[in-house]
Design a protein around this ligand. Structure first.
Ligand code: NAP
Length: 315
């Protein structure tokens, strides 16, 4: 891929991952184009086909999706149109131009019955419409373009769009107490870290475009697992360290916080395959959260630095 070639086409413009990708790839050698609505509307698959065939990119990344997990229960037709039929059109158009596709998917393809990290070949069994539509999207994308990378991620947060970190920061301003579920386990994932991982993957794909090992399904999440309560506690702690308020965070059970869609109790993803095949690893989520809070709230207030010698009588 050169500056004169078709470059990278990112479907999805305003999303967390799409914006992070645009940022991560801006300084790279690749020519990057992001396309979203109205140019590409995945409810109108032909718009994706037309845009991709016109651009003739070297690589297509599909970061657009219907991501409203609860609303999907009442808008299943729309969720399937965007996440399955729309995704399929993107993958098929990429195939027609000879481009591989990197397609984002989700930990919610799993039912959460395991208690050890899910690997790529584990049985899928979504618990809701969102997960079902994304799983069908995986199958359709794989069938439409043999050179596909399906990248399952989870619990995405970033300085962009709306996400759990931003919600917790807002609640921290508004309420003295916050209740958060403590019986759903997963991997919070910082979209800029995911985007950097994808940049490294693109370098590998670029270097060995016919290496079949590089295609298939992969998990890409920040290292270490937690619960939504653990994640919320770290967010509030981080906000307080940066001079913000410190609301009390209380653990509750899923049964005390009913939602329209059922979520998996455990959707921790193993990233061993990504490390083995691509030599790409994401850092612990807590480190990434610190960077995110620096961007959203400002840098951490420094603790007073005491000289240890002052207190050490032996010195
Ligand atoms: N967010 C998470 O926690 C999470 C977890 C696991 C997996 N994922 C996956 O990661 C990927 C990126 O998620 P994200 O967090 O970046 O999502 P996001 O912030 O909700 O953004 C979704 C993007 O999809 C676009 N979109 C929605 N409907 C569309 C349509 N009909 N046509 C074209 N574009 C449309 C949106 O554009 P508009 O601005 O025009 O609406 C937006 O740019 C998705 O595949 C998602 O399933 C996300």
């Amino acid at each position: 891929m050169t500056a004169a070639s078709g470059g990278i086409l990112i479907v999805g413009k305003t999303g967390q991952v799409a914006q992070s990708l645009a940022e991560a790839l801006a300084a790279s050698e690749y020519r990057v184009t992001t396309v979203g609505r109205p140019e590409i509307d995945l409810c109108e698959p032909q718009s994706a086909t037309d845009a991709i065939l016109a651009a003739r990119p070297d690589i297509v990344i599909n970061a657009a999706a219907y991501t409203a997990v609860d609303r999907a229960e009442d808008e299943s037709e729309k969720a399937f149109a965007i996440n399955a039929t729309g995704a399929e059109a993107v993958a098929a158009a990429a195939a027609e131009t000879g481009a591989p596709i990197i397609h984002l998917s989700t930990d919610y393809v799993f039912d959460g019955q395991k208690r050890t990290p899910y690997i790529e070949t584990d049985l899928t069994a979504p618990t809701g419409i969102y997960g079902e539509s994304k799983l069908l999207g995986e199958h359709r994308v794989a069938a439409a373009n043999p050179r596909h990378v399906i990248l399952r991620t989870a619990w995405v947060f970033s300085p962009f769009g709306s996400n759990f970190v931003k919600t917790m920061l807002r609640l921290n301003q508004e309420k003295p107490e916050i209740r958060v579920v403590d019986d759903q386990h997963g991997n919070p994932t910082y979209a800029p870290d995911l985007a950097e991982a994808i940049r490294q993957m693109i370098d590998k794909l670029h270097g060995a475009p016919q290496d079949s090992n590089l295609f298939g399904t992969f998990h890409a999440v920040n290292a270490d697992e937690t619960t939504w309560f653990g994640f919320a506690s770290a967010i509030i702690e981080g906000a307080a360290k940066r001079g913000g308020r410190r609301a009390d965070v209380h653990p509750i059970g899923t049964r005390d916080y009913p939602t329209r869609a059922k979520r998996p109790a455990y959707s921790v993803l193993s990233t061993d395959k990504l490390a083995a095949v691509y030599d790409v690893q994401l850092r612990p989520w807590s480190e990434a959260l610190s960077d995110c809070l620096d961007r959203l709230v400002g840098s951490a207030t420094r603790e007073p630095q005491y000289e240890q010698r002052t207190f050490d009588r032996r010195a």
